[in-house]
Design a binder for this molecule. Structure first.
Ligand SMILES: Cc1cc2nc3c(=O)[nH]c(=O)nc-3n(C[C@H](O)[C@H](O)[C@H](O)COP(=O)(O)OP(=O)(O)OC[C@H]3O[C@@H](n4cnc5c(N)ncnc54)[C@H](O)[C@@H]3O)c2cc1C
Length: 414
């Protein structure tokens, strides 16, 4: 039986390991930290956003970003660095900021999202997941500006295939009564049934338990992957700080650090950290939290109830590989949240977190083979890694097993 080694113990690596076991491989997983899922998968927004994919790179974004640079509470923050990588990524991101590219990426992510939703249902049933705070309340995207709302509403009304519902302000209130207590004046909203929320961290840990119990799982190795030993164009081992680990094939699923690992196999990955923040606030009997999952599109803030708490996630900061909590950014997030849903949760008792989204310039992940035999990729999941992990894992496992990808790989491979 072939042995596949997965590098990275976040939600992407763990789902990949599971799909590989299901495909009949022996599997091991290498994680550099003493605990699993401490990276971007730790306290993200928790949204399983299969239909609302909204890649950041779009035609209006460079202008908006310029404006945001001068706004203290802007959803985007840029700290220029002496880093060729930062500037090259930015240049590539800007070249992706076109309507045509955005539409293509959106179609690719929608196809991956639909497939991922199916794979999530399979995983949920087969891995017998419980205690992951799964709910399917639907997603309401709220608009403050009439112009922006009118553009989206017109596009959706002209799309006979859409399942999104265009809602007036009054209709938004009946979908999400907590908005009635908000001082914010809305232009309207878009509601999508079937969108879900879950606790990504709890799911990751539970999946790790299911892996441990699987007869073909060879175990977790806590070691730092440093590069590949390549013989005759084929990877035969992973070099680590604990010595070389051999396997028949390797899947890089190391989030942000995938770039450094892939480089040792001669593969350049355009992945840059988009730093985001979350806060998790307790919900008491006196609070009136939103029930559906809410995206405040212009502020770029997500709200979701996850297991009796309110998770709020926001911001995309280009500040390099820095996970420190910037008090000014956190204060800005609190201002925005309290001005939108003032009595939704006990914000003063929030747990604060910052994480780095492993983002590609277009917003599409990179899956599948590399020019080096035996080295495979499941990387660059950016803002949607939780949502897409289930489908991406299945695709990569199928490809390693020598099968066709279940969906088109156009724009999703290296
Ligand atoms: C604020 C915020 C909100 C978000 N909200 C959502 C959301 O609502 N919905 C959604 O779908 N997505 C969301 N995301 C995105 C999602 O969290 C990420 O895309 C996803 O967690 C990426 O998973 P990953 O496994 O690739 O990376 P990670 O979770 O970072 O895992 C990578 C793992 O690899 C390990 N590793 C790294 N290098 C090595 C090495 N050399 N050797 C061994 N191990 C290594 C790391 O220690 C880590 O455990 C959000 C992200 C942020 C930051």
């Amino acid at each position: 039986m072939q042995h596949v080694m997965v590098i990275g113990g976040g939600v992407v690596g763990l789902t990949t390991a599971w799909s590989l076991l299901e495909a009949g491989f022996e599997v091991s997983l290498v994680e550099r930290e003493a605990e699993l899922a401490q990276g971007a998968s730790r306290a993200n927004g928790g949204q399983l956003s299969y239909r609302y994919v909204s890649p950041l790179a779009d035609s209006g974004v460079p202008l908006k970003a310029l404006r945001w640079l001068f706004e203290p509470d802007s959803p985007l923050h840029f700290r220029p660095q002496w880093s060729l990588h930062q500037w090259m990524w930015l240049a590539s991101f800007l070249s992706n900021c076109r309507g045509s590219v955005n539409r293509r990426t959106t179609q690719r992510l929608l196809a991956l999202g639909a497939f991922s939703q199916t794979c999530f249902s399979d995983l949920y049933a087969h891995a017998n997941l419980d205690g992951v705070s799964l709910r399917t309340p639907g997603k309401l995207v709220i608009y403050r500006t009439a112009g922006e709302f009118a553009d989206v509403a017109t596009r959706l009304r002209n799309d006979p295939k859409t399942i999104e519902r265009v809602l007036s302000y009054q209709e938004c209130l009946s979908v999400e009564p907590a908005l009635a207590r908000s001082p914010v004046q809305l232009a309207g909203g878009i509601f999508t049934v079937g969108e879900a929320v879950a606790d990504c961290y709890a799911l990751s840990l539970q999946l790790a338990e299911r892996l441990r119990a699987h007869s073909h799982f060879k175990g977790f190795v806590h070691a730092q992957g440093q590069g590949f030993v390549i013989t005759d164009g084929k990877a035969v081992a992973l070099r680590t700080d604990q010595g070389d680990l051999s396997a028949t094939a390797f899947v890089i699923a190391a989030g942000l650090q995938s770039r450094a690992l892939a480089l040792t196999a001669g593969v350049r990955l355009p992945i840059y950290p988009l730093k985001g923040y979350s806060l998790t606030a307790p919900i008491g009997p006196e609070h009136k939290p939103p029930v559906v999952s809410v995206t405040d599109i212009e502020k770029k803030v997500l709200y979701a109830q996850i297991g009796g708490e309110l998770r709020v996630a926001a911001m995309a900061d280009l500040v390099g590989e820095d996970t420190r909590i910037d008090p000014a950014r956190m204060a800005s997030l609190y201002r925005s949240v309290k001005a939108t849903f003032p009595d939704a949760a006990g914000y003063e008792a929030s747990k604060e977190w910052a994480g780095l989204r492993p983002a590609t310039p277009s917003g599409a992940p990179i899956l599948g083979a590399t020019p080096v035999a035996g080295v495979w990729l499941n990387v660059g999941h950016g803002a949607l890694g939780f949502t897409m992990s289930f489908g991406a894992a299945r695709i990569v496992a199928d490809l390693i097993a020598g099968r066709e990808s279940p969906i088109s790989m156009d724009g999703l491979s290296h």
